[in-house]
Design a protein around this ligand. Structure first.
Ligand code: NAP
Ligand code: MG
Length: 397
C-alpha cells in the first residue's frame, strides 16, 4: 500500500550523473512506496537554455508558494559548457538564482555512518554549518596605501545631515586598508533562517563572533542574533533546544571536543573556512547534504556535490560507474520528511526516516560506492556500482 504525501513537493531536475541517479531514486526507492504530488521543473541545462532560464525563476517561486523543494545538482555553465551544449549564453548559477529569490541561507549537514570514521574522534553526531553569504570581506573595498598619509572612514547620510568621519590610521609609510560592510536586513534574514533550521532540526544553535574586539561590527551581529533568538524563546523551549552565543575562538575550541548535533552559524569568512574544515573532517562529499532555508521557513533540499561530470562521461562511453547516491537520496528524504511535518502525516515522516536508516545500515554492512570504500574502516572486499547500490537499498526497503 502506497503512502500518500498530501502537500506538493517542488521537484527540480538537473544534469549529468546526478540526473541519472535522480531517476533511479524516483523509480526504485520512491514510486513503489509513495503517492506524491510533485510539481516538476526541469532545470537541466538544455531546458534552462530553451526557456532563457525562466524555468529557474518559476521553480523558485513555486517553492515560495508550496514551502518545500528538492533539487538535483545542475551545471553552472562556463565558456566550455556554453560550447559543449551550444547554449545561448552562460546562464547564472541556478543555486544563486534560487538563493536570491528566497533570500535564503544554505546549511550543510554530513551524514554519519559508523564505518566511515570522522577525523575528529569526539564527533558522533552531525555538525551543521550555516554560512552568512553576504558582505564582510566578500563585498569589501581595498586600497594599497603607497606612502605616508591619512586614512579615514567617512559616512555621508542620504539626508545630508550629521555625517561622520573616523580616523582609520595615520600612515607613516606604505600599507594597506579595507572597508567592509553588512546590512541589518541581511544579518536578520540570516539569523531567522538559522533559528528556523535549528527549530526544524531540533538542534542547538551556536553563534560565534569576536565582539570583545570588534565592539561595533561583530557586536551588531551578536545583538541581532540575541534579539531574534529572544523573540523565539518559547519556540526554543518547546523544541527543547538552546541558543548559545560564544566568542569565535571558544566556538572553534569547543567544536573539536564536542559530540556534534548542533547548528554552527558562522559569519561569512568563518563559514567559508569552517565549512571546508567540517566537511573534510566528516569524510566525503558524497555524504554531505545541503538545504536552503528562507527567513520565512521555505526549504530546498539537495546534495552538496555537483553533477559528477567525470562519472557521467564514463557512463556515456558505456563504462560502469560507482557514483554515490546517498546525498541525493537524503535530499529526497529531507523534503519528504519536511512535507510530512507540515502536513502532519507521521507515516510520511516515518517512511523518510526509515529510508535514511536503510541507507546507513547498508553502508554499515559494507555495501558502498568506490568513494566510500576508499575511506571505510574496515575496507569492503569490493565496491558497489551506481545501480547496484540503489538496488541494494530498494531490496531492503
Ligand atoms: P562535482 O560534481 O562535485 O564532482 C567533483 C569530484 O568529486 C568528482 O569527479 C568525484 O571525484 C567526486 N564526487 C562528487 N560527488 C560524488 C558522488 N556523489 N559520488 C562519487 N564521487 C563524487 O564537481 P565538478 O565535477 O567540479 O562539477 C561538475 C558540475 O557540477 C559543474 O558543471 C558545476 O557547475 C556543477 N556543480 C553544481 C552544484 C549544485 O548544483 N549544487 C554544486 C557544485 C558543482 P572522482 O572524479 O575522483 O571520482
Ligand atoms: Mg571555502
Amino acid at each position: 500500500m502506497a503512502i500518500t504525501v498530501k502537500g506538493p513537493i517542488v521537484e527540480m531536475d538537473g544534469d549529468e550523473m546526478t540526473r541519472i541517479i535522480w531517476n533511479m531514486i524516483k523509480d526504485k526507492l520512491l514510486a513503489p512506496h509513495l503517492r506524491m504530488d510533485l510539481r516538476y521543473y526541469d532545470l537541466g541545462i538544455k531546458h534552462r537554455d530553451e526557456t532563457d532560464d525562466r524555468i529557474t525563476i518559476e521553480a523558485a517561486n513555486a517553492v515560495i508558494k508550496h514551502g518545500v523543494g528538492v533539487k538535483c545538482a545542475t551545471i553552472t555553465p562556463n565558456a566550455a559548457r556554453v560550447k559543449e551544449y551550444g547554449l545561448k549564453q552562460a546562464w547564472k548559477s541556478p543555486n544563486g538564482t534560487i538563493r536570491s529569490i528566497l533570500d535564503g541561507t544554505v546549511f550543510r549537514k554530513p551524514i554519519i555512518v559508523k564505518n566511515i570514521p570522522p577525523a575528529v574522534r569526539s564527533w558522533k553526531k552531525p555538525i551543521s554549518i550555516g554560512r552568512h553569504a553576504y558582505g564582510d570581506i566578500y563585498r569589501s573595498v581595498e586600497y594599497k596605501v603607497p606612502a605616508a598619509g591619512k586614512a579615514e572612514l567617512v559616512f555621508t547620510p542620504a539626508s545630508g545631515k550629521g555625517g561622520v568621519s573616523l580616523l582609520v590610521h595615520e600612515f607613516k609609510g606604505p600599507g594597506v586598508i579595507m572597508g567592509m560592510h553588512n546590512t541589518e536586513k541581511s544579518i536578520q534574514s540570516f539569523a531567522r533562517a538559522c533559528i528556523n533550521y535549528s527549530l526544524g532540526e531540533k538542534c542547538d544553535l551556536w553563534f560565534g563572533a569576536k565582539d570583545t574586539i570588534s565592539k561595533t561590527y561583530h557586536a551588531f551581529f551578536k545583538e541581532v542574533f540575541d534579539r531574534e533568538a529572544e523573540a523565539r524563546k518559547k519556540d526554543f523551549a518547546q523544541a527543547g533546544v538552546a541558543y548559545r552565543y560564544m566568542l569565535i575562538d571558544d566556538a572553534v575550541a569547543q567544536i573539536m571536543k564536542a559530540e556534534g548535533g548542533m547548528l554552527w552559524a558562522c559569519m561569512n569568512y568563518d563559514g567559508d573556512v569552517m565549512s571546508d574544515m567540517v566537511a573534510s573532517g566528516f569524510g566525503s562529499l558524497g555524504l554531505m547534504t545541503s538545504v536552503l532555508v528562507s527567513p520565512e521557513g521555505k526549504y530546498v533540499y539537495e546534495a552538496a556535490h555537483g553533477t559528477v561530470m567525470r562519472h557521467y562521461y564514463e557512463h556515456v562511453k558505456g563504462n560502469p560507474t560507482s557514483t554515490n547516491s546517498v546525498a541525493s537520496i537524503f535530499a529526497w528524504t529531507g523534503a519528504i520528511a519536511r512535507r510530512g511535518e507540515l502536513d502532519r502525516t507521521p507515516e510520511v515522516v516515518a517512511f523518510a526516516k526509515n529510508l535514511e536508516a536503510v541507507v546507513v545500515n547498508i553502508i554499515e554492512r559494507g555495501v558502498m560506492t568506490k568513494d566510500l570504500a576508499a575511506i571505510a574502516e574496515p575496507k569492503p572486499a569490493k565496491y558497489a556500482l551506481t545501480g547496484e547500490f540503489i538496488d541494494a537499498v530498494a531490496e531492503m526497503l
